[in-house]
Design a protein around this ligand. Structure first.
Ligand SMILES: C[S@@+](CC[C@H](N)C(=O)[O-])C[C@H]1O[C@@H](n2cnc3c(N)ncnc32)[C@H](O)[C@@H]1O
Length: 270
């Protein structure tokens, strides 16, 4: 079993390497990311994800749950580093200091085989999503409704960015994430056996009145331009969420949540 090594210097190479994961380029090259806070680390463990490196504030593993996280990481042979409060403050979000954080390997899934999906499955495809807060909220909602997973189409923001990971509240470890280029997505969609539902401001179909044929693939447009013509064209139906006059559109994450609950809501029991 490893023994925790206390670190006191910000110049320590391991600390510098973990700080570098704030940059997208570094995350892409290493395939790693940081998740902050005991609550997210507990959810990670529930989904079978153990950190490669676990950092905690000296004296910070106070509760039974926190001690269990440290023990599990040690038992799995992870690097476990005890650090000072100053170091943790540099590594964690300024407005949300945490007593522990983990460095994890990113998980990317292959696109599912559409014809093998159960009839009540729902997948979400996001076209060029830009805002990590929106993306994290959508991942959390996808988890809540039991969606099969999320496909990031084209140039999207990084789901493993700090703001996104934080907004997922741990669901980043539960929801399969797939990346596809636009052309690859268009070709893969051809095998989709159920409805491909695009949400579109110009549709006249009220999303509450449509009869969705499962499995459903829900397509959401980007925050700025909305759903591109290429993607709108391959939808089997376009739906609109009604709004009062004078409102341009809903926030992407809110629109996704409304559509998902309409599509999947009947399968969820309290
Ligand atoms: C902020 S909106 C984009 C607005 C963009 N200016 C447009 O014209 O589509 C981001 C995405 O959320 C979804 N969305 C937002 N409000 C919607 C609504 N009322 N009905 C249907 N989809 C909506 C669509 O997928 C849209 O592409």
């Amino acid at each position: 079993m490893n023994v925790p090594k206390p670190i006191t210097s910000l110049q320590n190479d391991r600390i510098k390497a973990i700080r570098a994961l704030e940059m997208r380029k570094e995350r892409r090259e290493t395939g790693l990311f940081v998740a902050e806070g005991a609550a997210i680390l507990i959810t990670a463990r529930e989904h079978g994800a153990l950190p490669q490196t676990l950092l905690y504030r000296a004296g910070g593993a106070e509760t039974g749950a926190q001690q269990a996280i440290v023990a599990a990481a040690l038992a799995a042979g992870a690097e476990v580093l005890e650090v000072t409060e100053a170091i943790l403050a540099k590594l964690a979000a300024k407005d949300n200091p945490q007593s522990m954080l983990g460095v994890f390997r990113q998980r990317w899934s292959e696109p599912p085989a559409p014809k093998r999906l159960p009839g009540d499955a729902a997948w979400i495809a996001l076209e060029e999503v830009r805002d990590p807060g929106n993306l994290g909220t959508i991942i959390r909602t996808a988890h809540a409704v039991g969606a099969g997973g999320l496909i990031l189409v084209g140039k999207c923001c990084d789901p493993y960015a700090r703001e996104c990971v934080r907004a997922t509240m741990g669901s980043i470890f539960a929801v399969p994430l797939v990346r596809m280029t636009g052309p690859a997505f268009l070709s893969w969609r051809q095998d989709w056996p159920g409805d491909v539902v695009g949400t579109h401001l110009e549709s006249r179909q009220d999303f509450r009145r449509a009869a969705y044929r499962g499995p459903v693939l829900l397509l959401m447009g980007s925050e700025g331009p909305g759903l591109s013509e290429d993607l709108a064209r391959i939808c089997s139906r376009l739906v609109r969420i009604p709004m009062m006059p004078g409102i341009d559109s809903l926030n992407l994450a809110v629109a996704t949540a409304l559509a998902l609950y309409q599509i999947r809501g009947a399968s969820l029991k309290v």
